[in-house]
Design a protein around this ligand. Structure first.
Ligand SMILES: Cc1cc2nc3c(=O)[nH]c(=O)nc-3n(C[C@H](O)[C@H](O)[C@H](O)COP(=O)(O)OP(=O)(O)OC[C@H]3O[C@@H](n4cnc5c(N)ncnc54)[C@H](O)[C@@H]3O)c2cc1C
Length: 443
């Protein structure tokens, strides 16, 4: 942790607590810090960036996500007015607007981040191995790790469940090799107390699990992955350096099937709402697959195409016409493994015919769901959520970032599915409400 200011001391400059450092939390933090106010930015993961850090390229411009994100993460990490606390959880919040008191549990990293220089030697030599959550199962990581090479802060944590020192009381390679003696197996969680004038919840979204969808193999059929895992296969910083390869055998897939509305728009079996971004995600991923595998064939099963956004419909048309992506209007009824392929069965509702495709790889676009932490924090702050757990603003039409509680605001996908441009605009909206509050308070 970069301890520039004591967390507990609340200076005369108004301070906002922002919970969640995805693109929404970072945008709000930068807007408020640039206006001269103090920001306490708390992130539960070891580094900042949220889901955007896992993306390859972004629709509709196909800009490299990391190239947009990295300057921002670096700016947040270095900003004099932003105090960043990662690998941390909110334990409690009390008080009211102008005087909130918060307890934060900073989880033990087993590495003294003040000493660590981020040289990476410990990660290179660590013999412990675990599937990487960041790579969504498409790659491995060491037991001492950072989420990505571009991590901010660029400091590792030790995962005690996979560290040989914690499991068998031997090894300690990281401690022996660390040139500055930063590894500290005895490190404990620390509790920090802070006060702040306003709070922004920017807790983001989660992904509906493949294990909840037996019709798509329930996560047990090889080479059936979710769209976020496919982002990692497309990403140049991912486990395959951006080569599209099947997780089972590393083979380049000749035929890829994308399944839309997996868990979304299905009130009988799953969730009733539309996840809003998946039509564009599938068009992007099919396009990027074709850019990497020129003679590959992509199929997209869809209910209808919802590509409302500037340049979005044109992007989808280009996927169909320039990249020859075959759109099949219909739902997939089931899929199953057939030797080393996956057979996808569905109905084409335009031709009224049954369709069966033997694919090398299947990419499921699962519903975006509310982050469990949003619900926990909503209960802590006595804020309403809708029946799916999304945070509810005061009024969806005219107060989209305010809440029923004065001084508490919402930013980004904690309120429902959004793409990045909408998330950024929403977060700037939340920041403007905090700045208004601070301006009124200083009169
Ligand atoms: C497969 C896929 C592809 C996509 N591709 C695109 C694309 O090409 N273009 C586009 O515009 N959009 C795309 N999106 C959407 C994009 O990911 C989101 O719009 C964006 O990431 C939302 O940012 P956020 O900050 O609201 O949420 P998140 O990125 O989820 O960030 C929330 C942060 O809050 C943290 N947090 C949660 N609870 C707590 C807590 N209690 N304490 C501290 N921290 C907490 C989380 O760890 C996380 O870091 C894609 C989404 C998916 C799933």
């Amino acid at each position: 942790m970069r301890d520039r200011k004591p967390v507990g001391n609340h200076s005369a400059v108004p301070r906002v607590l922002i919970i969640g450092a995805g693109i929404a939390g970072m945008q709000a933090a930068l807007d408020i810090a640039e206006a001269g106010h103090e920001v306490l930015l708390v992130e539960r993961m070891p580094s900042i960036g949220g889901r955007m850090a896992q993306l390859s390229e972004t629709f509709p411009t196909l800009d490299c996500a990391q190239c947009i994100l990295t300057p921002r993460t670096v700016e947040v990490g270095h900003h004099e007015q932003i105090q960043l606390i990662t690998h941390a959880e909110i334990e409690s919040i009390e008080g009211e607007v102008g005087d909130f008191r918060v307890r934060i549990r900073r989880r033990a990293a087993y590495v003294d981040w003040d000493l660590c220089t981020g040289c990476g030697l410990c990660q290179e030599k660590c013999p412990g191995r675990a599937p990487s959550d960041f790579e969504r199962g498409t790659g491995e990581r060491a037991a001492i790790y950072t989420l990505s090479p571009q991590a901010v802060p660029n400091k590792p944590i030790i995962d005690p469940e996979h560290c040989i020192h914690f499991l068998r009381d031997r090894c300690g390679a990281c401690a022996k090799l660390c040139p500055v003696g930063a590894v500290d197996f005895e490190q404990q969680d620390t509790i920090l107390e802070a006060s702040c004038d306003a709070i922004i919840l920017a807790t983001g979204y989660d992904i509906y699990g493949l294990d909840q969808m037996p019709e798509y193999g329930g996560g047990k059929v090889p080479n059936v992955i979710d769209a976020l895992a496919f982002e990692r296969l497309l990403s140049s910083s991912g486990p395959t350096s951006g080569q599209v390869q099947r997780p089972s055998d590393g083979r380049v897939p000749d035929e890829v099937v994308f399944i839309q509305c997996a868990g979304s728009r299905d009130p009988q079996k799953h969730l009733s709402y539309c996840s809003k971004i998946c039509c564009m995600v599938a068009a992007k991923q099919a396009t990027l697959y074709r850019h990497r595998v020129h003679d590959g064939q992509a199929y997209i099963f869809y209910i209808d195409i919802r590509a409302a956004g500037k340049g979005y419909d044109e992007f989808t048309q280009r996927a169909m016409e320039d990249e020859r992506v075959v759109y099949v209007r219909g739902k997939v009824s089931r899929l199953f493994r057939d030797r080393d392929r996956v057979v996808v069965m569905g109905a084409d509702t335009l031709t009224n015919r049954q369709v069966q495709i033997a694919a090398d790889l299947v990419v499921v676009a699962p519903a975006l769901i509310s982050h469990p932490e949003s619900v926990r924090l909503a209960e802590m702050l006595n804020l309403p959520t809708d029946r799916h757990g999304w945070l509810l603003p005061l009024n969806e039409n005219v107060h989209p970032v305010e809440t029923s509680r004065p001084g508490v605001y919402l930013a980004g996908t904690g309120t429902g599915p959004m793409d990045i441009p909408e998330t950024v605009a929403h977060a700037s909206g939340a920041a403007s409400q905090v700045l208004k509050l601070f301006a009124i308070g200083s009169r």
